[in-house]
Design a protein around this ligand. Structure first.
Ligand code: HEC
Ligand code: HEC
Ligand SMILES: [Ca+2]
Ligand SMILES: [Ca+2]
Ligand SMILES: [Ca+2]
Ligand SMILES: [Ca+2]
Length: 471
């Protein structure tokens, strides 16, 4: 009798513990939001949809999209090797074709860790920044694109192979200024000025110069997959809705189409596709010809070598490097549960930032890249051009982009630039030394947003920055 009771009690205890354990496991399961496999991809953390990677280290920008197939991953890794490949002067067994004039010797030298470049500090040589040049367009017709400068083309190449003169170099000077917020906080803003020096032949006085630092290169396949109709629907060239924002599409020369296409890449949306963006990088930044751009950038200049070896790069390499930048993962957002970040997100909305930095877009299909197709993404861009006012103007039009218009840059991953690239220089020319400086430079169509930030309390401003840092 006694034994019987003990036994049945024992059994019910065991059953009770099993039940308790099951409840606990179930609870853990639903509350464990740090395990991406257990989250819904619709969660705001997934900045790049299924291509999102949970990595906030210095590798945050250089991880392959986790949804790549085995074949896709192999192709991506081939592209990775080429992105890091150092090119040398002809003749050579491996990676020949560099120059004669160029800006740098590999993609990764400018896009360090697949991240962004910066302006040189005083005394440093130009490395991850370049300067586009052109002459004024006499008939003002943007569809023709920038007018090349005789002897220089449309990009100043500050390096050259042995025995050949580089085109020139640029010195940068900054003038310090002050910006006062409504509550009396002084923010220092530096205004750059540029001077071309050591030009190998005289430059015309009216040469137009556009400074550009290397942007991050992840998440770009997703941006290429955003349907053109989505981007055009966001445009409001004559500001018919009266919110002061008038996004405008750029239309740029598309070599493959032999006509104009919507521009998406580059600081002025001056490149239509990633393959052409990559071919242009080889061509203009490294002096390497491809089937898309088979004429040396120095053709017609004294630096030209006249060798009949063009194109210097195979279509296979062009293809894998294009695929590589199409399939780099987007880092996930962090700190979503932080009430300060949440407040900052509300302020981002109420200050009108999201009028240009569109938080959510849906991708369509990108042929041969199913990984980036049909994704819900949080890039914080509309890929359109906006007049940002005279303070940020380079006064060098680029197809339909005027001298004061820039493409809204995506903000995803911006809070990780410091970890990945070791600096916090922002904007097209790297003049901003932090996120607040970048925001306070906004003018033109973004002037109301800038004024809203100027008028914020210090704690609101900090919340807005905390939100940007969570991206
Ligand atoms: C000298 C530095 C430099 C080198 C070398 C360089 N880039 Fe860039 N890259 C830039 C700059 C600057 C831009 C922005 C150009 C513009 O606004 O027109 C850019 C833009 C890009 C973009 C578009 C990013 C965006 O968000 O629109 C891609 C993709 C890219 N580069 C890939 C490459 C690849 C691939 C290589 C090697 C073949 C390469 N780059 C070599 C400086 C460089
Ligand atoms: C009218 C469109 C527009 C609005 C509104 C706008 N931005 Fe921007 N934003 C841009 C453009 C265009 C640039 C690039 C300007 C440049 O590089 O010269 C930019 C650049 C930035 C950058 C630097 C990005 C980088 O990669 O260097 C940050 C950060 C930023 N914006 C945040 C904000 C915040 C916060 C607000 C609201 C207070 C805001 N923006 C409102 C269009 C806009
Ligand atoms: Ca060459
Ligand atoms: Ca040149
Ligand atoms: Ca509008
Ligand atoms: Ca050649």
């Amino acid at each position: 009798m006694m034994v019987e009771t003990v036994k049945s009690n024992y059994i019910s205890y065991v059953l009770f513990f099993i039940a308790l354990l099951c409840t606990l496991i179930a609870a853990c399961d639903s509350s464990d939001l740090t395990d991406p496999a257990k989250m819904e991809v619709s969660d705001k953390k997934f900045s790049g949809g299924e291509t999102t990677v949970f990595d906030a280290t210095s590798h945050a920008f250089s991880t392959p999209a986790p949804n790549l197939s085995a074949d896709g991953l192999a192709k991506h890794l081939e592209g990775d090797v080429e992105f890091e490949a150092v090119f040398v002067t002809v003749p050579a067994e491996v990676n020949p074709g560099l120059g004669p004039v160029y800006n740098n010797i590999s993609c990764i030298n400018c896009h360090a860790r697949d991240g962004r470049g910066r302006a040189p500090t005083s005394g440093e040589k130009l490395t991850s920044m370049l300067f586009r040049v052109s002459l004024p367009n006499p008939n003002g017709d943007g569809t023709q694109g920038p007018v090349p400068v005789p002897g220089f083309g449309t990009q100043l190449n500050n390096r050259a192979i042995f025995g050949v003169p580089p085109e020139g170099t640029v010195t940068i000077n900054y003038t310090e200024g002050e910006f006062m917020t409504s509550d009396g906080v002084k923010v220092h803003l530096r205004t750059p000025s540029y001077k071309i020096e050591n030009a190998y032949q005289p430059l015309p006085d009216d040469v137009e110069i556009s400074p550009r630092v290397a942007p991050v290169v992840f998440g770009l396949g997703l941006l290429e997959a955003v349907p053109e109709a989505t981007i055009l629907a966001l445009a409001d060239e004559d500001d018919q809705d009266g919110d002061g924002i008038s996004g405008k599409p750029n239309y740029v020369w598309d070599v493959q189409k032999n006509g104009l296409s919507l521009g998406r890449f580059g600081w002025k949306a001056n490149q239509p596709t990633l393959i052409q963006q990559v071919a242009s990088a080889y061509h203009d930044d490294m002096g390497i010809t491809t089937s898309l751009l088979p004429r040396e950038s120095s053709d017609g200049q004294p630096q030209y070598d006249g060798r009949g070896d063009d194109p210097e790069l195979s279509d296979e390499i062009l293809d894998v490097v294009t695929f590589y930048v199409q399939t780099l993962a987007v880092p996930a957002r962090r700190g979503l549960d932080d009430p300060i970040v949440q407040h900052g997100e509300e302020l981002f909305e109420s200050a009108g930032c999201s009028g240009c930095h569109i938080p959510t877009l849906e991708t369509g299909t990108l042929s041969d890249v199913p990984e980036v197709s049909n994704q819900t993404i949080h890039p914080y861009t509309d890929l359109l051009l906006h007049d940002m006012g005279p303070g940020l103007a380079d006064n060098r039009p680029d197809f339909l982009a005027s001298g004061s218009e820039w493409r809204t840059p995506p903000l995803w991953g911006i809070g990780l630039v410091k970890v990945v690239n070791g600096h916090t220089n922002f904007l097209h020319d790297g003049r901003a030394r932090g996120l607040l400086e970048a925001v306070l430079w906004h003018g033109g169509e973004a002037e109301q947003s800038r004024d809203a930030v100027q008028g914020m309390s210090a704690s609101d401003r900090n919340a807005l920055i905390a939100f940007l840092e969570s991206l």
